[in-house]
Write a protein of this length. Structure first.
Length: 219
């Protein structure tokens, strides 16, 4: 391996690589935020919704969790585009958001069910509405319990973003392929891409662990 030539190629392609990394971070970050918000709604529906609401929410959850992310991406791009006009970025964002929401919803559902029933009863006893009880009593405890699983979901979402290349989203993986088409060094550039993904996921994991320690209850 000619390292000097490889580093020279990296320098030449630096702007394309930075744009690819930026797209990966942008679409993953937005999907994590939107997926978390939607996942909270899914969890509330499963735990506190009516029978019919829980039934259809469970169908949604099982379908999404049982469907490969690749299929979700293709479905959002080709099926939804037949109904509304979507760019590759928008279709990919919808697919990743739905994927994230299913995992967050299931994890948060388990965390809510694990809370002692006395928490809800205590809130009612002091006159809190359901909304107030959830925001100030139940949600902080449930989110604290669901945080480790949320960290894993965030890292999985970054890795799943590599599949968006198939619909033309110019994220890091597609950018790497385009660079390899010009600079035929597949082993080196794929290794570089893998290293970048590792650093992103490792940073998420470290940041999440730091937050987890900060919000942990004193023993």
């Amino acid at each position: 391996m000619d390292l000097a030539r490889f580093f020279s190629d990296i320098w030449i392609a630096r702007y394309a690589l930075m744009e690819g990394v930026g797209m990966t971070l942008a679409i993953s970050g937005i999907a994590i935020v939107l997926g978390t918000l939607l996942g909270i709604g899914v969890a509330l529906s499963l735990v506190y919704g009516g029978r019919i609401q829980r039934f259809f929410t469970r169908i949604f959850l099982e379908y999404v969790r049982g469907t490969p992310v690749f299929v979700l991406i293709l479905a959002c791009y080709y099926l939804l585009s037949g109904v509304i006009q979507l760019t590759p970025f928008q279709a990919g964002l919808i697919a990743l958001t739905v994927f994230c929401s299913s995992h967050v919803g299931e994890n948060l559902r388990g965390a809510l069910l694990a809370l002692p029933k006395g928490q809800t009863e205590a809130g009612k006893a002091i006159g809190l509405t359901f909304r107030q009880n959830f925001i100030y009593v139940l949600a902080p405890q449930a989110l604290r319990q669901a945080l480790p699983a949320w960290i894993n979901t965030a890292a999985e979402l970054v890795k799943a973003s590599t599949l968006l290349a198939v619909i033309g989203v110019v994220e890091l993986m597609l950018t790497t392929r385009q660079i390899i088409a010009i600079k035929p060094r597949p082993l080196e550039f794929y290794f570089l891409a893998g290293l970048i993904y590792f650093l992103i996921c490792f940073s998420i994991e470290r940041l999440g662990r730091a937050v987890e320690r900060r919000v942990a209850l004193p023993s």
